[in-house]
Design a protein around this ligand. Structure first.
Ligand code: BGP
Length: 483
């Protein structure tokens, strides 16, 4: 039990990124395309789409991204300068198994992460590794539509076996899937599932197809894959720590009408809690069974799936937190469509330029709410403000708005720690500017470090420190006291 005065001394402060949004070098040293590499760029209004072949003239933001592949030393040095105690990153699966089902892993790919982990070690930065962050080898999508197929489970476990063995002495914290619950919403089909669901063109266009059955089946395959990976991990190194990762969308009822509150509860159960119940408790909750029946979703399970899930429970709960939403009776005159999980405008909150409603107090609520349910260590592994930054003539970037956003959220985390929540770490999302996952843009920046690159892919890739860089350094130095 902590002394409830503030962040524990061992608190892991750091930042987070994902391979396909950061590394670039999408086809170098044996790597082949991942599902993310086949996604076009988007804009504020034009959604990204997945293509079957790389098309001449189409912009694929992950192909170069911001080239961590060739800048890792410089970037890690900057992370160290901010005082990072940990760094959440992901491994690009198709760098290790370019075709997804190769007989042996790609040595050059493994060596890249050897170098990254060595560099982190030099500065005493603890890696937290996401095994699959919104990507899988594209060859597996072409072959059997990725996570729609059970065959994916063995491919994933073989990939885990290779990286667990290779990095067993340098990585302790692993996250099996980024935002595994993304598959519950249609937009998650391509990002999280690598799924092509449009029967006509084979290309998922994000709106027209009801892919519900396929998405929930794919999610089940990921649950089983995750559980098998957890079991394998402990066999390889009993000191490993394995975590789930939930895209936590916190919802309020639009009024205090009981039905509105019940709807908020229902969304919380299905969108947030169902996935973590499976990964933390090792079984589907009862409310999921009712939901599946009502929605005519039929999950096909192998005979031993339920047993496998029971044997693959994670040790920590990690989540992303950006926003909250409002559900229930539509407020009169409100035409808005709120956040990713839908919903309305919250009159008490401001929103980002991308319409994500900013709710620091909601973070305290969620931390308490989830900790009460599972009583296992928690980490906030994504949180931050996507905003347009302006580089002044003298080169400074005065991102006061970002500092305000982060300060308010860290304050609420501190309150949650005082409430008794066992929070062990915080990794600010996109600690260096990277490609946005939902829009494919560079203009939506989260970083403490600015990167010279624009939406069309032009720029020198030069890194420079924003004001928030110095602020976050101070936060870490003071262990979250000097905000
Ligand atoms: C999460 C994803 C990240 C990330 C972040 C911000 O859902 O795990 O990959 O990008 O959201 O989203 P965006 O980049 O769309 O602003």
């Amino acid at each position: 039990m902590n002394n409830n005065n503030g962040f524990p001394e061992s608190f892991m402060w750091g930042g987070a990124t994902a391979a396909n949004q950061y590394e670039g070098a999408w086809n170098l040293d044996g790597k082949k395309a991942s599902t993310a590499d086949m996604m076009t760029g988007g804009t504020h209004t034009v959604p990204r789409r997945i293509t079957i072949t790389t098309e001449e003239g189409v912009h694929y933001p992950s192909h170069e991204a911001i080239d961590f592949y060739h800048h890792y030393k410089e970037d890690i040095r900057l992370f160290a300068e901010m005082g990072f105690r940990c760094y959440r990153m992901s491994i690009a699966w198709s760098r290790i198994f370019p075709n997804g089902d190769d007989v042996t892993p790609n040595e050059a790919g493994l060596q890249f992460y050897d170098k990254v982990f060595n560099e982190l070690k030099k500065y005493n930065i603890e890696p937290i590794v996401t095994i699959s962050h919104y990507e899988a080898p594209f060859a597996l999508t072409k072959r059997f539509n990725a996570w729609a197929s059970r065959e994916m489970i063995d491919c994933y476990v073989r990939y885990c076996d290779a990286i667990f063995n290779r990095y067993k002495d340098v990585v302790k914290y692993w996250i099996t899937f980024n935002e595994i619950n993304s598959l519950i919403v249609p937009a998650g089909a391509y990002l999280a599932g690598g799924l092509l669901v449009d029967k006509n063109g084979g290309v998922f266009n994000n709106t027209s197809v009801d892919s519900t059955q396929m998405r929930f089946q794919a999610l089940h395959h990921q649950f089983v894959a995750s559980a098998k990976a957890v079991k394998l991990a402990y066999e390889i190194n009993p000191d490993f720590k394995l975590g789930c990762m939930i895209n936590y969308s916190h919802g309020y009822g639009s009024t205090c009408k009981p039905e509105d509150m019940l709807q908020a509860l229902r969304m919380d159960q299905i969108n947030n809690m169902m996935s973590s119940d499976v990964q933390v408790r090792g079984e589907y909750p009862d409310f999921a069974k009712r939901y599946f029946t009502e929605k005519h979703i039929h999950i096909q399970m192998a005979d031993d799936d339920e047993e496998v899930l029971k044997q693959g429970c994670v040790d920590f709960y990690s989540f992303s937190y950006y926003k909250s939403h409002v559900v229930g009776t539509r407020p009169e005159g409100d035409e808005t469509q709120g956040n990713v999980f839908g919903g309305y405008k919250n009159p008490y909150l401001k929103a980002t330029d991308w319409g994500w409603q900013i709710d620091p107090v909601g973070l305290r609520y969620v931390l308490n709410h989830v900790y009460d349910r599972y009583r296992i260590p928690m980490m906030v592994v994504e949180n931050g403000l996507g905003a347009v930054d302006v580089v002044e003539e003298d080169g400074t970037i005065n991102d006061t708005y970002r500092i305000e956003f982060l300060r308010a959220h860290i304050e609420q985390m501190r309150e949650a720690v005082r409430d008794g929540v066992n929070l062990i770490g915080y990794t600010a999302w996109g600690c260096i500017d990277i490609v946005s996952a939902s829009t494919g843009e560079m203009a939506k920046r989260y970083g403490f470090i600015y990167v010279d690159k624009d939406n069309e892919g032009k720029g020198t890739l030069k890194r420079s420190k924003k004001n928030s860089f110095y602020w976050y350094k101070k936060v870490i130095e003071s262990n979250g006291e000097d905000l």
